[in-house]
Design a protein around this ligand. Structure first.
Ligand code: SAM
Length: 235
């Protein structure tokens, strides 16, 4: 288990935020995405399509929305939900259907799994939180079997015609919702700044290509504020 002492700067800050917001994470997500988050998680689970009887990893599982959906959708697949926040995992384990998922404490920077262990990997909102995007995706490439699929849900830096409106909404509305719904403006100000500074889907696709992924694609959602990306590990 990674301790606060071995975790590095940004990682310690991110771990602290998710420990703190775990209790109202689902509620805030529902409000911020106008209820769409669960639908995107269903799409992520549908797109990963692991072989029957296979192994699926949901990384940064948080309160387990994608992992639980995958376990429901693929009853013959072993689903592992991994996260480094003990509090988020505690909430996931308390949900209906949680017994169908293996919950594991893990840091995405150093995955505690052998090479080529999984037929598919899903993740929601991990990448913008990590210090070393390339290193974290390299770890996922390592534990994925050749031909296995990776499906990523992420927030997207605003672009195009809606950019000024989205920027304003994220800077003003999101921290305000954090204040009203969760009494926590600071944690949700972090969301705005981490999204603004984060890589575009093209940027993530470039890293994936460089690591040996193929058949890379993506679809933006919710006025371009969220994106679902997919890629296959070359055989
Ligand atoms: C915004 S939540 C997303 C949870 C879930 N995937 C969803 O879509 O609702 C991000 C999660 O990533 C986890 N996380 C961030 N950095 C991590 C790391 N380096 N290793 C493991 N988990 C990490 C946090 O603890 C948190 O639970």
């Amino acid at each position: 288990m990674t301790s606060d002492r071995t975790r590095r700067g940004k990682s310690t800050e991110v771990h602290g935020i998710f420990q703190k917001i775990a209790g109202y994470y689902d509620r805030m997500n529902f409000v911020m995405t106008l209820g769409r988050h669960e639908k995107w998680c269903r799409e992520v689970a549908a797109r990963v399509a692991p072989a029957p009887g296979g192994q699926l990893l949901d990384l940064a599982t948080g309160t387990g929305v994608i992992a639980l959906e995958a376990a429901r959708r693929y009853p013959t697949v072993t689903v592992t939900g991994a996260d480094f926040s003990e509090e988020m995992l505690r909430r996931a384990k308390a949900k209906p259907g949680a017994g169908a998922v293996r919950w594991q404490h893990a840091d995405a920077a150093v995955l505690p799994f052998g090479d080529e262990s999984f037929d598919g990997i899903t993740e929601g909102y991990l990448l913008r939180n990590v210090e070393d995007l390339h290193g974290v995706l390299r770890e996922q490439h390592r534990v994925l079997k050749p031909g296995g699929r990776l499906v990523i849900l992420e927030t997207c830096p605003p672009s195009g015609l809606v950019k000024p409106v989205v920027k304003w909404g994220m800077r003003v509305i999101v921290p305000l919702l954090g204040q009203v719904v969760a009494r926590d403006r600071k944690s949700y100000s972090y969301l705005e700044s981490s999204t603004r500074a984060f890589a575009s889907p093209q940027g993530i696709a470039g890293v994936l290509r460089g690591l040996g992924f193929k058949d890379i694609g993506w679809r933006k959602r919710f006025f371009g504020t969220n994106v679902i990306l997919w890629a296959t590990k070359a055989g």
